[in-house]
Design a binder for this molecule. Sequence first.
Ligand SMILES: Cc1cc2nc3c(=O)[nH]c(=O)nc-3n(C[C@H](O)[C@H](O)[C@H](O)COP(=O)(O)OP(=O)(O)OC[C@H]3O[C@@H](n4cnc5c(N)ncnc54)[C@H](O)[C@@H]3O)c2cc1C
Length: 463
Amino acid sequence: MGTIQNHQSEIQNLPTKLVIIGGSDAGISAALRARELDSTVDVTVIVADNFPNFSICGIPFYLSGEVPDWRNLAHRTADEITQTGINLLVNHRATNIDAEQKSVEMVNQEGEIKNLNYDKLIIGTGAIPVEPAIEGLELSGVFLLHSMADSFAIHRHLTNQSPKSAVIIGDGYIGLEMADGLTHRGLDVTLVGRSPTVMRTVDGSIGNLIASELQSRGVEVVNSVEVKTIKENGQELVVYGTNSFSKKTDMVIVAVGVQPLTELAHNPGIKIGKRDAIQVNRKMETNIPDIYAAGDCVETWHRLLGEYIYLPLGTTAHKQGRIAGENALGGNEEFAGSLGTQVVKIFDIAVARTGLRDSDAKAAGFHPLTVEFETWDHKVYYPGAKKLRIRVTGDTETGQLLGAQIAGHYQGEVAKRIDIFATAIFHNMKVDELSQLDLSYTPPLSSPWEPVQMSAQAWMKQF
Ligand SMILES: Cc1cc2nc3c(=O)[nH]c(=O)nc-3n(C[C@H](O)[C@H](O)[C@H](O)COP(=O)(O)OP(=O)(O)OC[C@H]3O[C@@H](n4cnc5c(N)ncnc54)[C@H](O)[C@@H]3O)c2cc1C
């Protein structure tokens, strides 16, 4: 039936019907690319909520009060999206995919069930927060954080209950941004993590720098504690964990990672892979013909490891969505792979990482050496120079650059610098070759030897 339908589209010269489930980074990128390539394509995006194309990455800055109006978090408004010729079905939840009939079943807010036929389908249903096995997650004043709806619930609590204190469970980048944001709002914040140092995607020495910054702003940092229970005690909550941890608080935010939302994959027999994410190839095709998937719901090709892992990031979702949108229209694009490049701002510092750390590289069979180097972020005679710490990881057998981590002042070009490393890793450069790059320089921003190059030279000395 599906083939006949496709065939009919071709014979009758009907526009391709592209249906996309999910209207965030991956889904909207796919839709925009498809319309960009072919303005006759009939694109419909089904979105479960009323917030298509919102930058959920901006939620911590809305909750901190730095972005006062949540509407400003929209990458594009719904009107701007529909003006490109995309049909938007907001408040419609896709409930089933029938791959034989090539149709998607969905239900709207009123409970009406509808079906929509497709020639090509892209799944961009993203992720949902992991709910750790903590007793008391259902208590009032305890929040998970991922969606706009989550952010409104937290915002209401902050506005109506005026909490004075918060415990944040999870010391990854979202927990760190929330520690900054709630402190900015005037709350006393305790950040609790399972690892010995915060942000386990960077090494301990960088994690310790982050902890110092947090502590200097009054955040209590608690490491190596697994929270087990949250209990109500009158108006307060009490959070209990291992190592005899207990803390009274007015609210709790849980941000311990995400898991792919893939329930729609089961009925049509779409294969599931690492961490229960949808298996795709680098063309973003699933194993079922004419069904693609992209973003936080899929496995991601890691460029250095040469294998699929689960690495959900907004940057990746945008790229994968664009590729799925192009290939659904007959393109032949391949996702080049992720390096896990990310940057986070915590109060006055920025911390960034790309590629493999020493431990990741060893586990993958490389022979890594990691060298830590400290210098100024610009010529020290120009006012405002701050220390920049860079860790470079390279392979001792081949000299190949494998990874880098940077911590510095948030105005110290940390993101630009990690992006130099990311670009170099993408092109398989050796650490030594970084010294030959023609990089920009003016004293208020850098040095004749860019700190990235100095850190590469420090690595070469020990190579
Ligand atoms: C607080 C926070 C901060 C972040 N900061 C950063 C950052 O600084 N940098 C970065 O790179 N990444 C960041 N991320 C991660 C980034 O936001 C995600 O990687 C990105 O949003 C993934 O996009 P996606 O389109 O795959 O999925 P999602 O954004 O999860 O969107 C999924 C979409 O699918 C819809 N949907 C789900 N199920 C259905 C259904 N059955 N029917 C219809 N629609 C459905 C949802 O309504 C939504 O529109 C952050 C995430 C959070 C939560």
